[in-house]
Structures are given as structure tokens and as C-alpha cells.
Design a protein around this ligand. Structure first.
Ligand code: COA
Length: 258
């Protein structure tokens, strides 16, 4: 990893063939800022190159997995500032050839949930809450989630998640096949680590070939790029600006004028 991509807000640990990428911004519910996406993307590039790293585990410090993209970064992009670095991270996980495991101990908002659909094993806390409230923010789904979520849980449930902001608990996520298993929060990371270590001991060529056969990455990439275009346009709309402003001002957004 280059120095420029290092930040204390993302911890990278490597042991037993497993790289852990740990969101470490608990005071902001692990909201993902541009610097965090860049650090995680650089770590994934390193994990891809390094033959000794067989598996990547995504997890977090604190009570939330992540509250999604940093809304201050979205507001800045909306006002013509830096393009969110989420796109690079999403493309990296969508094309990552080695297994990705997620340990979700709490809240997973927006990209916190959509990234799980790029993971190969997902462990969640019973009480975790998975939400994708893109429409509430004047936005649209990303990370190919407009395709991957309805494919996994059905169209109407997915639409309610996107457009009403309805969430699913960890227990429901396991029932719906979004997660392998829901566990008491204190057991999630150990279970995910054990599975990651087991995967790291499997023949890596067979593991990667299996993943490749199971994922239609060309279609996924095409979808996430189409979404990315619409998302970028939506970020600059008055609807989105109203949503970001309302969050900053700790008030309910008012969409009645649109
Ligand atoms: N971006 C930037 N800051 C965020 C954030 C985000 N996505 N999510 C939480 N935070 C910050 C809050 O502003 C607050 O900061 P402060 O202490 O300086 O005021 C801190 O994290 C704690 O959040 P708070 O809202 O007080 O916690 P909560 O438990 O009441 O609610 C959430 C947690 C995640 C439900 C709520 O913060 C939220 O809805 N966040 C926005 C989620 C979102 O829309 N993400 C983008 C999806 S595309």
C-alpha cells in the first residue's frame, strides 16, 4: 500500500493468509469517507497481487458495520467538489478474484449493504440492520444492487428497501439468503474469521475458479457503471442537495416542493 492511501480510519491486518480490512471510524458509525475508500481499494490491490493472501475479510470496529458513504463527501460532490471515491472501491470488490468474507456486527447502510452482495460469505449479527435508503437521499441504487438485490430477495422486497428505505434485520438477511448465518453480535467476527481461515487453506486455484464460474462479472460491471452514471447525475440534483442539507441540519427533508 502506498503511504498516500494509509489512514487510521481503516485498519489492515494480515494473518494466516487472510487480510482483514477493518472500518475504524466508530464515532461516525464508520461512515466511509473518500480517504477510507482509497485505503481499502489499495489494500484490495495489494491482496490481489500477494499470493500469500488467499482471502479478504471486511469488518468494523464499534457497533456499526458502516453507515454508508460519508454524507459530507456526497454534499461536497453535489456542490461540484471531489467525485466520491466509492466508485473505485466498488469496482475493486466487484472484480476481486479471491474470496471476500464479511462480518457485519451492526448497522449496514447503503454501500454497507450493497457491498455484501459482492462478498462470497456473509456473517451477520441477529440484531444488525441492513438498509439501502437511496431514494430518501434523492439517489439511486449503486454497486449493481439494482440488479443483485432483486435477484437475491425478489423485486418487491428490493424495491421497498430502495424506495421506502425498509430494512432487514440480520436474522431476516440470513433467512433471505443475503447472509450465511445470523449470530449473537459477539460471535460474528470469530465465526467469520474461522470460515476465512478455512477458505485460506483450500486450493486457491479451485476457489477462485469456482468464484469466477458463479459470478457474471461482465454483466455486474456493466450494471454498476450504468448505475454510476445515473448516481453521479442524481448527486447534483436539488432533491439530493435537500436530503444532504437536512442530514447536516438534523431535520427531516422536505421534498414537497419538487
Ligand atoms: N455520513 C456522515 N456522518 C455520519 C453518517 C454518514 N453516512 N452516518 C452517521 N454520521 C455521523 C452523524 O452525523 C453523527 O455525527 P455527530 O456526532 O458529529 O453529530 C455520528 O455519525 C453519529 O450518528 P447519529 O446520527 O448521531 O447516530 P444514530 O445512532 O442516531 O443514527 C444512523 C445512526 C446511521 C441511522 C444515522 O446517522 C444516519 O441515518 N446516517 C446516514 C446514513 C445514510 O444515509 N448513509 C448514506 C447511504 S447511501
Amino acid at each position: 500500500m502506498t503511504d498516500a492511501a494509509q489512514t487510521d480510519l481503516v485498519k489492515i491486518n494480515v494473518a494466516d493468509g487472510v487480510m482483514e480490512i477493518v472500518w475504524n471510524r466508530p464515532d461516525k458509525k464508520n461512515a466511509l469517507s473518500n480517504v477510507m475508500y482509497r485505503a481499502a481499494t489499495a489494500a484490495l490491490a495489494r491482496a490481489m497481487e500477494d499470493k500469500s493472501i488467499r482471502v479478504v475479510l471486511l469488518t468494523s470496529e464499534g457497533d456499526s458495520f458502516t453507515s454508508g458513504n460519508d454524507l459530507a463527501d456526497f454534499a461536497a460532490a453535489s456542490a461540484g467538489g471531489e467525485t466520491p471515491a466509492a466508485g473505485g472501491f466498488i469496482e475493486a470488490i466487484a472484480q476481486f478474484p479471491k474470496p471476500l468474507v464479511a462480518a457485519v456486527t451492526g448497522l449496514a447502510v447503503g454501500v454497507g449493504t450493497t457491498m455484501l452482495f459482492h462478498c462470497d460469505l456473509v456473517f451477520v449479527a441477529n440484531e444488525a440492520k441492513l438498509t439501502t435508503p437511496f431514494v430518501n437521499l434523492g439517489l439511486v441504487p449503486e454497486a449493481a444492487s439494482s440488479m443483485l438485490i432483486p435477484a437475491r430477495i425478489g423485486y418487491t422486497r428490493a424495491f421497498a428497501m430502495f424506495a421506502l428505505g425498509d430494512g432487514v434485520t440480520g436474522a431476516q438477511a440470513a433467512q433471505l439468503g443475503v447472509a450465511n448465518i445470523a449470530l449473537p453480535a459477539g460471535e460474528v467476527i470469530d465465526a467469520a474469521r474461522e470460515a476465512a481461515r478455512k477458505l485460506a487453506q483450500r486450493p486457491p486455484g479451485a476457489v477462485m475458479a469456482t468464484k469466477k464460474l458463479m459470478r457474471d462479472s461482465e454483466t455486474i460491471l456493466a450494471q454498476l457503471r450504468t448505475e454510476g452514471k445515473v448516481f453521479g447525475e442524481r448527486l447534483k440534483t436539488a432533491e439530493a442537495m435537500e436530503a444532504f442539507m437536512a442530514f447536516q441540519q438534523k431535520r427531516t427533508p422536505d421534498f414537497s416542493k419538487f
